[in-house]
Ligand binder design. Structure first.
Ligand code: NIG
Ligand code: FE
Length: 411
């Protein structure tokens, strides 16, 4: 099927540099002078000015801005059970750590995810994924980590594998067995780590159940040494590294990310600033999660000014999960990134398109460039700044996924 998008009011191409991403010291306008796109066989065939080519479908885009499909690179959307009560407690001043100590937090989601059956887990995850797609997310990363035991982690990873089959979206899967120490290993943490290294990782790799491995590297959860150890084992088995690092305090996470050349280092509220240069040189994307900081009332922020001067590359993500960030809106994450960290409109565009695509090894996604997948969004807006300026209005009018217009009624 050939589709021609013509008379585009404003075209955001979000073109990467030769590196495959755009770092904070190389930010340029993401807007193109062209106004038409020809799509053929799922790909962007041509981008040009006033293209007048035959096509089965022609869309007049004079009232639309056009952007690449958004790329969401950090979610925990396969889980069961709600933690809405904790949300209120936190809003009223109880801390995330105190809630976790009294049996809430990740452990609560582990309980409910262990007890749900595969079919129900698949169905609820499917519904969540549809919401993301409706908001223009055309590629997404999903983590396990609410099972911790073999059976439930595999159940989560199998749900992700099934989602890959059901949806045309690009989905990457991450094993996060080191998200917490499970209750049954409370006084035997080393045994749990050995179980991850010797049983889980080999099984997951053999059965191709994950693309990445992740660890919650944080004082009180996994130490720097433990994180390094677990992630190294993952690398040995062909998994690539992303990690939850230094979210609540400096815990050695940025150093682990540096030493293991992670694809992405996430949260990053309290990194060691000395690691920034190496992270840049390694092409590690720093994934900021401004919604989580807002919901957890974390007052400190990632060292954005320093990252700009070093020239690191950033992504923005929702961190969608039932605890610290129950929000589906990547655009809202961008808005909060602007309000709380001072990120600019242009920085935000790259942070939700080509940079997360790079961190997920999706170099054929995230920008409107000839030859790439035709994942394209049409928004009824006048200017791309409005994507972040009018927060809450985050739904594209049309989503094109691999060259096909998504019919949401049939989803
Ligand atoms: O990214 N930081 C660790 N993990 C999640 C929170 C998960 C949860 O609260 O259930 C996060 O914020
Ligand atoms: Fe997370």
């Amino acid at each position: 099927m050939r589709i021609l998008l013509k008379n585009i009011k404003q075209l955001i191409t979000s073109q990467p540099e030769e590196s495959g991403f755009v770092s904070l010291d190389r930010i340029k306008s993401p807007v193109s002078n062209f106004n038409s796109i020809l799509i053929e066989e799922g790909k962007i065939k041509k981008v040009g000015y006033n293209l007048n080519l035959p096509a089965e479908k022609i869309i007049d885009c004079s009232c639309f801005i056009v952007t690449p499909g958004f790329v969401e690179s950090h979610t925990h959307l396969v889980y069961s059970g709600s933690r809405a009560d904790e949300f209120l407690l936190r809003a009223q001043g109880v801390s995330y750590k105190d809630i976790a100590k009294s049996g809430g937090g990740i452990k609560k989601s582990v309980k409910s995810t262990r007890s749900v059956n595969y079919e129900d887990l698949l169905n609820e995850s499917k519904e969540r994924l549809k919401i993301f797609l409706r908001k223009g997310i055309t590629s997404i990363e999903i983590k396990s980590g609410y099972g911790l035991d073999m059976e439930t982690e595999i159940k989560q990873l199998k749900v992700i594998r099934e989602l890959k089959k059901i949806f045309k979206m690009e989905i990457k899967s991450t094993y996060l067995g080191a998200h917490e120490i499970p209750e049954e290993f409370k006084n035997r943490r080393n045994e749990y780590i050995e179980f991850i290294k010797n049983k889980m990782i080999p099984y997951i790799a053999e059965n191709e159940l994950a693309d990445f491995i992740d660890v919650f590297c944080e004082n009180g959860v996994y130490t720097e040494i433990e994180s390094y150890d677990i992630l190294s084992k993952g690398i040995e088995y062909g998994l690539k590294v992303r990690l939850h690092a230094d979210e609540m305090e400096y815990s050695g996470g940025s150093s682990v990310a540096k030493r293991l050349k992670a694809k992405s280092v996430d949260h990053f509220n309290f990194p060691n600033p000395d690691d920034l240069v190496d992270l840049k040189n390694n092409g590690t994307i720093i994934t900021l999660l401004p919604l989580t900081n807002m919901f957890l009332k974390i007052k400190e922020k990632p060292p954005v000014e320093l990252m700009r001067s070093v020239g690191n590359a950033i992504s923005i993500s929702t961190d969608f999960n039932p605890g610290s960030s129950p929000s589906y809106s990547l655009l809202l994450a961008g808005t909060i990134g602007m309000v709380n960290y001072g990120l600019t409109y242009d920085e935000l565009i790259y942070a939700i398109t080509v940079n997360p695509a790079y961190s997920l090894d999706l170099d054929y996604k995230g920008s409107i460039v000839e030859g790439k997948d035709a994942d394209i969004l049409l928004f009824r807006k006048n200017d791309y700044k409005e994507l972040f300026y009018y927060s809450g209005d985050d739904q594209p009018e049309i989503v094109i996924l691999k060259g096909e217009i998504v019919n949401f009624e049939k989803l």
